[in-house]
Design a protein around this ligand. Structure first.
Ligand code: GAP
Length: 513
């Protein structure tokens, strides 16, 4: 199946099976805002638990907080968001459509990459086993030409972004002949900066009200609570503070479903360290976070690091963890070495000392920070895209199956009575009544067993149990496995120990290196 089709199918599957709905659906939706349905919320909660427990439970020097969405407006002045949290925008005069200039250029760079990969794939097919990919990439005139064009564009783009040169960005778009996908023309306006923060007012009267912002990241809630947590928790550096919460950005180019939303959720951890140790900690957190992703078993080849070309003025290292989505490798998580920028700024703007006194060295300093920041919704999307599969069965039928990691699946076990009579529903319910304290179970009695299996496959339920007349005699049931579709007869009392060890978040955490 073409990757574009996979993505379309995932989007409609999400709606059809209660994972993700457009927000305000009966009013035709609201741009780039989505709600999670009955299965989506379970999967999302499991992702959050996997992250939270891997941070807070597995590290004795990381604690959590839950700070508010509304914060003192000066925070956003101090953090630089009021002045610099901008996207460079460009309009097409014919279609009246607005685009991010940086995204148009990045898409253009990706087109060169696609051409190169196509050339390599064609040659691989032509030469078969004798193909030497490395040699081909370094000698094929076509590949070399496209690589040279891509690198030159990349360098120009990097320079324009680093210098914040909006005219240079526009010139690249003109020189590359980028056309508007709607109008097909190159009739572009100037590039302008646009601030991404949503504003609202706090206070009862128009005169007395003050402008406040919906937080565009959860990180600042951690920074402004640094002292509270360090003092009350008697935390010694190095230590971390983790938080999960909503963030809001007035994204202009909101596209690709839940990949770029206006209201989304972040899982962020700020790790406070001694100045001078930041590059070691940066390397360590890169490895830890990559291992967390790869632990889901989707294959190491589907992840890569993308080091930032343009470092924010306060950062001395930054990388993204990218996942292979159906629309290419895309950022899911950012890892940033933010120096002491944020704490120093809050010290300056609040007038309060945020120094740490190190009892081991008798020194005082403003801690440096390594940040790990991951979007829950992007993680959700990557998991859905990777897990969605259409399988051709031996009998000619097609089954849609979500091969979710069992620990993340919304429902762990579905229990079906073979028929609606003879005491089978009562027996099925009594099994659920015992197991529901251990994991999420679902009861289903409608339709044939085959149809019920298909419905559970489509929401990723790893185990199904059928209760039949034999169950009433010997207390055994048929246990069916989602991935292999194999069935086996097991004792009811063995279900809990068999299934629980596979479906808990603990089972996933135990596999972490
Ligand atoms: N505190 C640092 C920070 O916010 P970021 O790279 O802007 O860094 C971190 O965002 C993560 O948040 C991204 O890697 C992405 O997963 C998620 N994210 C950012 N903007 C998003 C959006 N508009 N929709 C969904 N997720 C988003």
């Amino acid at each position: 199946m073409a990757q574009e089709d996979v993505f379309k199918k995932v989007v409609s599957h999400c709606k059809e099976y209660g994972f993700v709905f457009p927000s305000s659906d009966i009013y035709d939706g609201l741009g780039a805002v989505y709600d999670y349905g009955q299965n989506g919320v379970e999967l999302k909660n499991n992702i959050k638990q996997y992250w939270w427990q891997s941070m807070v439970l597995m590290h004795e020097n990381i604690v959590g907080i839950d700070s508010c969405i509304f914060m003192h407006p000066t925070i956003w002045k101090a953090s630089g968001h009021v002045d610099a949290f901008n996207d460079p925008l460009i309009d097409n005069r014919d279609s009246k459509k607005r685009y991010r200039a940086d995204v148009l250029i990045e898409d253009q760079i990706a087109k060169y990459d696609e051409k190169i990969e196509k050339e390599v794939a064609k040659a691989k097919k032509r030469f078969g086993d004798s193909f030497n990919e490395e040699q081909y990439r370094s000698t094929s005139p076509r590949v070399l030409e496209e690589t040279q064009k891509r690198d030159a564009l990349h360098e120009r783009y990097q320079k324009a972004m680093n210098e914040n040169n909006l005219e240079a960005l526009r010139q690249i778009i003109l020189d590359e002949g980028v056309v508007c996908p709607i109008s097909g023309t190159r009739n572009w306006t100037e590039v302008r900066q646009f601030n991404l923060m949503f504003k609202t007012e706090m206070g009862s009267t128009a005169e007395g009200a003050s402008t406040i912002y919906l937080r565009p990241e959860t990180a600042q809630g951690i920074f402004v609570n640094y002292l509270n947590v360090q003092k009350t928790g008697r935390m010694k550096i190095p230590f971390g503070i983790a938080q999960i919460g909503k963030a809001f950005r007035n994204e202009i180019v909101a596209r690709q479903f839940i990949f770029r939303m206006r209201e989304f959720e972040q899982m962020e951890m700020q790790f406070f360290i001694k100045p001078g140790t930041e590059l070691d900690w940066f390397a360590q957190w890169k490895a830890t976070r990559m291992a967390w992703h790869q632990n889901l078993g989707f294959g190491a080849e589907n992840y890569r690091f993308h080091d930032h070309d343009k470092l924010a003025h306060y950062a001395n290292a930054a990388t993204d963890i990218e996942f292979r989505m159906p629309f290419g490798f895309k950022e899911v998580e950012g890892i940033h070495s933010r120096t002491n920028f944020d704490l120093s700024q809050h010290e300056k703007f609040s007038g309060k000392s945020i120094k740490y006194f190190d009892p081991d060295t008798n020194e005082s300093y403003t801690p440096y920070v390594i940040e790990t920041s991951i979007g829950v919704d992007r993680m959700f999307l990557s998991i859905m895209c990777h897990s969605y599969q259409e399988e051709q069965l031996e009998n000619g039928e097609t089954r849609v199956v979500l091969r979710l990691p069992a620990a993340l699946a919304p429902v762990k076990l579905a229990v079906f009575p073979l028929t609606k009579k003879d005491g089978l529903p009562e027996k099925a319910r009594s099994i659920i009544n015992d197991l529901k304290f251990h994991f999420n179970c679902q009861y289903e009695e409608k339709d044939t067993i085959g149809k019920r299996y298909r419905r559970q496959d489509a929401i990723g339920t790893p185990y199904c149990v059928t209760v039949d007349h034999q169950t009433l005699e010997d207390n055994t049931v048929t246990l069916r496995f989602r991935d292999t579709m194999e069935q086996t007869r097991v004792k009811v009392e063995d279900l809990c120990p068999m299934i629980e060890k596979e479906v808990t978040i603990t089972s996933l955490l135990k596999k972490l290196p």
